[in-house]
Design a protein around this ligand. Structure first.
Ligand code: SF4
Ligand code: SF4
Length: 398
């Protein structure tokens, strides 16, 4: 029998689905309830929030939606929260997804994992399970989570999964609170535990438009330093820069406001059955309790995806858009305007561009294009004169 690597299969599947607009990748928030109170969190609610408990999709509704989205062509599904195990019936939902043949990823904070849950996952292994650890020390982790005892519980969750050889990855958000421990975390996770690690410094506002999480954003220069302190991450950026430099930068094919794959092959579903092209899109949701997944995908999601720009911004001609995490939902949440550029993202993208040697062509009035800007070399990292570089940015959003 002819075999094919996972990477080849995934690339083949991916290229075909873009042309046909197939909803291959889904992010499903099963709940926004969570036992933790992370300072940067964009969506958490108290564990026993009565309204949320009342409004969340039932197990039957979850199963029905899973039947519909697999019929529509979904293959990869990520369950996220809040905290997924805050739902007592999460393993029932998960089992149905597995039985439908989905490749399921699980995002969790690890604190509610028990030996029984870990045993069950060993029997029905996920594609990957990702735990977020916020610090190498208890103090730092709990300064982020706001809950005493959460560090021990998280470490115990990690232990339970490792003991069973489950496909575990660890990650963190890089915040003003824990940035001094990112390096320690990385060596602990990679060298001591032998587990893959990544971090994400791109903090967003809350889905209710609260800007509080932004207080914890690192200065753009520090984001770049962290990129360089992580050898693997730096290498990925360098490869990305090479790809960007070897082909003509993507130009917006038309006037559509979105330029990622959301709504073409990706979608997001909130805990109450709201379907949209992305979990971060606050508006235009389609209610899966009132109609089918296919109707939503072909109707509301497509309409949102086809939304056109209403004005020219510096982003329209920007050649380093692929380095920039700026996207309409982020701008909507931070600027209440899906087309308004966000300074933080813009500055990080330009700093990375300089550091990794990607040319930034003029793209309108942009203060981060000021000639003479240089990446900081204080920490002994590579510095590339302005104009020599740009940079890549895999999305680490967890
Ligand atoms: S663990 Fe995740 S969902 Fe819970 S509060 Fe922290 S960031 Fe939010
Ligand atoms: S780098 Fe700046 S101009 Fe370019 S897409 Fe991002 S925000 Fe827009």
């Amino acid at each position: 029998m002819e075999t094919i690597s996972y990477a080849d299969f995934s690339a083949k599947f991916d290229s075909g689905s873009s042309i046909k607009r197939i909803p291959m990748y889904g992010m499903f928030e099963v709940t926004r309830r969570c036992p933790l109170k992370c300072a940067h969190c964009y969506n958490n609610l108290p564990l026993n929030d009565r309204e949320a408990l009342h409004d969340e999709l039932t197990l039957d509704e979850h199963c029905h939606i899973l039947d519909e989205l697999t019929d529509a062509g979904c293959l990869w599904l990520t369950y996220t929260g809040g905290e997924i195990f805050a739902r007592k019936d999460f393993l029932d939902i998960y089992t149905h997804a597995k039985k439908k043949g989905l490749l399921v990823s699980l995002f969790t904070n690890g604190t509610l994992l028990t030996p029984e849950i870990a045993d069950y996952l060993a029997q029905w292994p996920p594609y990957v399970i990702e735990i977020t650890l916020y610090g190498r020390t208890r103090e730092t982790h709990e300064q982020v989570t706001g809950v005493p005892g959460s560090y021990e519980k998280c470490m115990e969750g990690i232990r339970l999964l490792r003991e069973r050889n489950l496909p575990l990855r660890l990650k963190t958000m890089a915040l003003t609170i824990n940035e001094h421990e990112i390096g320690l975390l990385r060596s602990f996770v990679e060298d001591e535990l032998g587990v893959e690690f990544r971090f994400d410094p791109m903090i967003t506002p809350r889905l209710d438009y609260s800007q509080n999480p932004l207080d914890l954003r690192l200065p753009p220069q520090r984001v770049l330093e962290l990129d360089f302190e992580d050898t693997k991450r730096k290498l990925e950026w360098e490869k990305f820069a090479g790809r960007l430099n070897s082909c003509s930068p993507l130009q917006r094919a038309n006037n559509e406001i979105y330029y990622c794959k959301a709504g073409i092959k990706g979608f997001g579903i909130d805990p109450y059955g709201g379907l949209n092209l992305c979990l971060f899109s606050p508006d235009g949701k389609y209610d899966l309790r009132k109609g089918s997944f296919r109707e939503g995908w072909e109707g509301a999601v497509l309409r949102e995806r086809n939304r056109n720009i209403t004005r020219q911004t510096k982003c329209m001609e920007c050649m380093i858009r692929d380095l920039c995490g700026m996207c309409p939902p982020n701008s909507e949440l931070e600027k209440e305007d899906p087309e308004e550029p966000i300074d933080f993202y813009c500055e990080v993208a330009h700093l990375r561009a300089q550091a990794f040697g990607i040319p930034v062509k003029p793209h309108g009035e942009c203060k981060y294009c000021t000639p003479g800007q240089k990446a900081d070399t204080r920490h002994g990292h590579v510095s590339v004169p302005f104009g020599d570089g740009v940079n890549p940015s895999p999305s680490w959003r967890g």
